[in-house]
Design a protein around this ligand. Sequence first.
Ligand code: SIN
Length: 329
Amino acid sequence: MKKLTLGLSALALSVSAATAQASCDAGEIVAKLSHVTGGTTHPKVVAANKFAERVNAEMNGTLCVEVYPNSTLFGDSKELEALLLGDVQILAPSLSKFGSYTSKYGVFDLPFIFKDMDAAISFTNSDAGQNLLNEMEDVGFVGLGYWMSGMKYFSANKALMEPSDASGLKFRVQSSDVAKAMIGAMGGTPQAMAFAEVYGALQTGVVDGQENTWSNIYTKKFFEVQDSTTETSHQLLAYLFMTSREFLDSMENKDRETFLRIANEVSNEANLAVKAAEATNRQNILDAGGKINTLDAEGRKKWVESMKPVWKQFEDEIGADLIESAANS
Ligand code: SIN
């Protein structure tokens, strides 16, 4: 019988929101689920723990999921290789981190392509979105579902009210060519960097700013080392909840069915909860003394216009049809 061990501070929270670590029994197959986010209110933390909790209850005796948050097992520069090597079995990396394997995922990074998370969810549920889950089958990656994290906002060591305020500043970005081009379009300099290094880089001035969701800005305390965050909603942050073909094929048919059903149910549930988690973490930033700059419709239009050329730049690589279906979601 598996036990969940919870940190003391987590006892007041639901099991799914806490950092839950299963102790696996002898004879069970152990699947390591590694991710880079932290805290207790982050959508990925909640979804990963919920998935482990469900598998460990419903597949008890067969499969046991251990969750490693906060880059404690693998940081985001190593985790995809580790999956292919069989050193980890389940991941949920940002869709912006697949550039070495496919250019199609660039569609998720195009600035202002989704007006909100509902539009992004609608695209991921469409045929075009579902086909992208299998985009890297030849590499050995299997997409189990999409997990939304939130819209992204820019923070910097000065208030960014207009795109031109970013001119000359250095911004940390994920390893995405689209994100790099977007920073260039604002007159800034992009610097790709692993998520675990961002707080230190902001604190020491290696970079001046970054872009992320409320949940990452709060749980990683970026707001503490930035002047303010501007509510640009310029890009989506979402994850590919994934495993390897090798791991999936190693299961008995009936176990694979249960595993895939739980993955699907947890993904749907996670996406329904994400807006509330983002609102909570936005308020947590304000309560902790962080500053948020809002934009009116005119102000927002300037950001949209400054970044629009990026779409054209990536049209051939991503595909005009794919861009159109995402934009019309
Ligand atoms: C994540 O939310 O998984 C990390 C996002 C980032 O690298 O900025």
